[in-house]
Design a protein around this ligand. Structure first.
Ligand SMILES: [Zn+2]
Length: 195
C-alpha cells in the first residue's frame, strides 16, 4: 500500500510538472505566434515541440513552413526545439558585445533564432523563394528581437551584424542579387541604412 501511495505522489508530481510545462509552451507559442502574425500580415501560428517530441527531433532544421501544390503556405510554422529555447531566453542575452566587436557564437546563435522566426513568418506571408524570404527576414530581425525583449539599439546592431556575418555564409539559394540598399527587395528604400 505504501508503495502505491508513493507511486501516486510521484505520478501526480510528474503530471503537475507536465501540465506546467504544457502551459508554459502554450504561452510561448502564443507570444511567438503574435510576432509572426504581424510579419505575415495574417493570423498564423508558431509551434514549438513538446518536451518528449524535442527528444526525438531529428530533422535538424531551425524552422519550416509547408506549402501545398498550389504554392499556398500552411497557417503555422514548426520551429526546432533549439530555436524555441533560444527565443525563450533571448531577453537574457547581452548583445552589447556587437558594439565592442567581441561577440561569440552564443550571441550569434541567439540572434540567428530571432532571424529564423522572421524568415518563417515571411514564408507564411506567402513567399516561397528562399532568397526573397531571407532578404525580408534580414530586414525584420530587429523587430523580432525587440518584441522578445532586446533593447532597441542592440536589436538594430544585431540585425546589421547578422547581415554582415551570417548572410554571406548562407547557401546561394538564400542569397538574392536583389537584396541590397535601395534594391527591389529593400523594404525601407527611403532609408540609407540597410538591412
Ligand atoms: Zn526558408
Amino acid at each position: 500500500m505504501r508503495v502505491i501511495a508513493v507511486l501516486l505522489v510521484v505520478v501526480g508530481g510528474l503530471a503537475a510538472l507536465g501540465f506546467a510545462r504544457h502551459e508554459e509552451r502554450v504561452r510561448e507559442q502564443d507570444q511567438l505566434g503574435a510576432i509572426a502574425s504581424d510579419l505575415a500580415g495574417r493570423k498564423v501560428g508558431v509551434r514549438c515541440p513538446s518536451f518528449v517530441a524535442s527528444l526525438v527531433d531529428t530533422r535538424g532544421e531551425a524552422g519550416s513552413v509547408q506549402f501545398d501544390d498550389a504554392g499556398r503556405p500552411a497557417n503555422h510554422t514548426d520551429l526546432s526545439p533549439q530555436t524555441c529555447k533560444l527565443l525563450r531566453d533571448l531577453d537574457s542575452v547581452d548583445f552589447s558585445c556587437i558594439g565592442r566587436g567581441d561577440c561569440g557564437f552564443t550571441q550569434f546563435a541567439a540572434g540567428w533564432a530571432a532571424h529564423t522566426l522572421a524568415h518563417e513568418a515571411f514564408h507564411l506571408r506567402g513567399f516561397q523563394d528562399e532568397g526573397v524570404t531571407e532578404c525580408y527576414a534580414l530586414q525584420n530581425t530587429a523587430f523580432v528581437a525587440e518584441r522578445l525583449g532586446v533593447p532597441t539599439q542592440q536589436a538594430q546592431n544585431l540585425q546589421a551584424w547578422l547581415y554582415k556575418r551570417g548572410y554571406p555564409n548562407e547557401p546561394t539559394e538564400y542569397q538574392s542579387p536583389q537584396c541590397y540598399d535601395g534594391g527591389p527587395l529593400d523594404l525601407r528604400p527611403q532609408q540609407t541604412r540597410f538591412p
